[in-house]
Design a binder for this molecule. Structure first.
Ligand code: C5P
Length: 234
């Protein structure tokens, strides 16, 4: 298959659990995401192990620090061979620009660098508490525009924001969307979910899917169903 839209969130506590799943998967038909829990538990060796199995790894560590520190962290992640990584757009334009510049020397193996705008766990009142007095969607739009201006490749966004961002940002700006469920999947702690075909039709490029695949009786069958659902949707 030419387009691998599904990024499987490896939300596990140990390398053993993550590799048990990864070793059932075909890197031709999916990508994987390693987040803070798994990375903190296992360290960078797991990234090398999974990248060596030819998987595209999205390293979801959401860097947010002074520009020099983030640039060095981004460069260190690129050295590990990741395909995509992210920073917090709230770190500001200079932080994002320096992070992007840190990847310039990686040539054809340059990973994609995307930004987190507003965490979906933050509602309007939570933003007000930290001094941001606007609606979450306005803040998302502003931070995504800043990320684009800083030369980043895209943003993580909720399904509720995809159409808005797609309408205002360049076609090649990459939108990565979690909170994806088929009708038969358990919603869990996600607040607003959207189906895989709908998310792609609304403008997402990649879908982050965790438990509907990782906790399925047959992860392979679940992945196949997600891939079938998005095949041919544009
Ligand atoms: O299991 P589930 O499909 O809900 O997993 C979604 C994944 O996407 C998790 O790794 C979660 O941390 C991540 N994510 C999210 N919402 C965001 C950002 C990331 O669900 N706004």
């Amino acid at each position: 298959m030419s387009e691998k839209r599904i990024i499987i969130a490896l939300d596990f506590a140990s390398a053993r659990e993550a590799l048990t799943l990864v070793d059932q998967l075909d890197p031709q038909v999916c990508r994987v995401k390693i987040g803070n829990e798994l990375f903190t538990a296992t360290g960078p060796s797991l990234i090398r192990d999974i990248a060596a199995r030819k998987f595209d790894v999205f390293l979801d560590l959401k860097f947010h620090d002074i520009p020099t520190t983030v640039a060095r962290a981004v460069s260190a992640a690129a050295d590990l061979g990741v395909w995509m990584m992210n920073v917090h757009a709230a770190g500001g334009q200079i932080m994002m620009e320096q992070a992007s510049e840190a990847l310039a020397g990686f040539g054809d193996s340059r990973p994609l660098l995307i930004a987190v705008t507003v965490l979906t766990s933050m509602a309007e009142g939570d933003l007000g508490d930290v001094g941001i007095n606007c609606k979450p969607q306005e803040w998302v739009q502003r931070l995504a525009t800043l990320a684009n201006a800083a030369g980043l490749d895209g943003v993580v966004c909720s399904a509720a924001e995809t159409s808005m961002l797609r309408a205002s940002l360049p076609a090649e700006f990459c939108l990565v969307t979690p909170g994806i469920r088929r009708a038969e999947d358990t919603v869990g702690d996600q607040k607003r979910v959207v189906g895989p075909a709908e998310a792609i039709a609304n403008g997402s490029d990649y879908l982050v899917v965790g438990r509907p695949i990782t906790r399925a009786n047959s992860p392979l069958e679940a992945l196949e169903a997600f891939n079938t659902a998005v095949a041919g949707v544009s």
